[in-house]
Design a binder for this molecule. Structure first.
Ligand code: NAD
Ligand code: IPM
Ligand code: MN
Length: 351
């Protein structure tokens, strides 16, 4: 059966890393129909909107969507709800991909590329499950108000419901059962009611349906510290939209580079998945052939696993990435001199 994949390269290094994912996809010779559309700043420049209705409809009709990254200083004066980043949030919301899987694994050959000592990160394998379509990113009210006395007020609202917490927590517990069977739920229940509700609802769901999984709770500030103190204590980390964003960037450095971490955003079973490297458009290195394409290529592998149901080919691509790194091909961020295209070519060679 032919699967459909929508590629949204986006801005900055986005098109550079997606080009390498396409090279790998072609070399893997899978039965996949590929479509492309501009996204983020590129879509603003071409169509006036960070994502068009046509692209949204195409995304919902595809089996999977793979993005590069969006954003850049050129679009910083856009109205807030038409920034490149808001196009990404609209896409996540329209697709209702509530569970964002962000695996942070340290390849043995790269343990010295981490900013931590080798023994702290060697063998590291954490799965973040980040809630992706709720919380302070989407809560109402929001906005900037003029208070009329020379003062303004910026408002965002952290809000979660029982149903939103349960559906993402279920994903975390299910994943844990296939791993080391431990979930650490991370919030700020000490200062936020939404965090207290999070903790109570995760606890209740655990008792009712997942008592076989070991559940612990941690405050988010402590989690940030524990991640650099003893990261191997974690198996699955379940957390909200904002904490998950920050903690997964932090964890990326444990593995050597932000350019290595893929993600999969999943909704209800049978609905299309959204796959994104966790890094941004990296304006500081865009256009120079310096970007590490591994995160994008590993995101493609996650699409092949989770949306196309082809675990064998997903693993084949993941092994090729690790083999290319093992045999010494590395981009600058992981201590080498290979260009983006050379990294992609080395991965193709090991397929
Ligand atoms: P960033 O992730 O783009 O870059 C942070 C640092 O990591 C930079 O020094 C960059 O050079 C480096 N880096 C990132 N990806 C890399 C890769 N693949 N290879 C090598 N080095 C890499 O974060 P930022 O600079 O804070 O944000 C830049 C823009 O990207 C902003 O507009 C932001 O909103 C956007 N952004 C988009 C996404 C997305 O589309 N998914 C994610 C994060 C940030
Ligand atoms: C990410 C990014 C996005 C987020 C931005 C660009 C909207 O940082 O995917 O990690 O904050 O979710
Ligand atoms: Mn982020």
């Amino acid at each position: 059966m032919t699967h459909s994949l929508l590629l949204l390269p986006g801005d900055g290094i986005g098109p550079e890393v997606i080009a390498e994912a396409e090279t790998v996809l072609n070399a893997a010779a899978l039965d996949i129909a590929v479509h492309r559309a501009p996204f983020g700043g590129a879509s603003i420049d071409r169509h006036g909107a960070a994502i068009t209705d046509e692209t949204l409809a195409r995304a919902l009709a595809s089996d999977a969507v793979l993005t590069g990254a969006v954003g850049g200083p050129q679009w910083s004066s856009q109205p807030y709800d038409n920034r490149p980043e808001s196009g990404l949030l609209k896409l996540r919301e329209a697709m209702q991909v509530f569970a964002n899987l962000r695996p942070a694994r340290c390849f043995a050959a790269l343990a010295d590329a981490s900013s931590l000592k080798r023994h702290l990160v060697e063998g590291l394998d954490i799965m973040f499950v980040r809630e992706l379509v709720g919380g302070v990113y989407f809560g109402q009210p929001r906005g900037i108000e003029d208070l009329g006395n020379g003062q303004r007020r910026g408002v965002n609202t952290q809000v979660y419901t029982t149903a939103e917490i349960h559906r993402v927590a279920r994903t975390a517990f299910e994943l844990a059962r296939g791993r080391r069977n431990r979930v650490c739920s991370v919030e700020k229940s000490n200062v936020m009611e939404a965090g207290l509700l999070w903790k109570e609802e995760v606890t209740a769901l655990h008792a009712a349906e997942y008592a076989d999984v070991e559940l612990s709770h941690m405050l988010a500030d402590n989690c940030a510290m524990q991640l650099v103190k003893a990261p191997k204590q974690f198996d699955v980390i379940l957390t909200d939209n904002l904490f998950g964003d920050m903690l997964s960037d932090e964890a990326a450095m444990l593995t050597g580079s932000l350019g290595l971490l893929p993600s999969a955003a999943l909704g209800e079973a049978g609905k299309p998945g959204l796959y994104e490297p966790i890094h941004g458009s990296a304006p500081d290195i865009a256009g120079q052939g310096l970007a590490n394409p591994c995160a994008a290529i590993l995101s493609l592998a996650m699409a092949i696993r989770h949306s196309f149901g082809d675990a064998a080919n997903a693993a084949r691509i993941e092994r090729a990435v690790e083999a290319a790194i093992d045999t010494g091909t590395r981009t600058r961020d992981i201590g080498g001199t290979a260009s983006t295209a050379q990294m992609g070519a080395a991965i193709v060679q090991h397929l």
